[in-house]
Design a protein around this ligand. Sequence first.
Ligand SMILES: [Zn+2]
Length: 97
Amino acid sequence: MSLPKCAHCQMDWHYGESVKNLLFLTCPYCKEKNYARKFRLRDILFSLSISIIMLFIFPFMDILFLWRTIFGMVALIVYLLTYPVNLRLTKEEEPLF
Ligand SMILES: [Zn+2]
């Protein structure tokens, strides 16, 4: 697994630093702002599988609402904890199209 590297100073971010910087992506070394690349395959696959489970599998199963909520929360936590893995940083914000 590869962790993010600052686009400005090329320093590798540690896992803890990456999680701490999830929102602003400010480099802990040079304090420059980085941008995450959009349309990462992982994000697409993740949201796709969660949506399929939530929309098409859960409604046909007799699962307590509580379990669905717990599943949603666990999925969110897993998503956030694995966010820095293979995250690519850029100097400029990439245009959407
Ligand atoms: Zn940096």
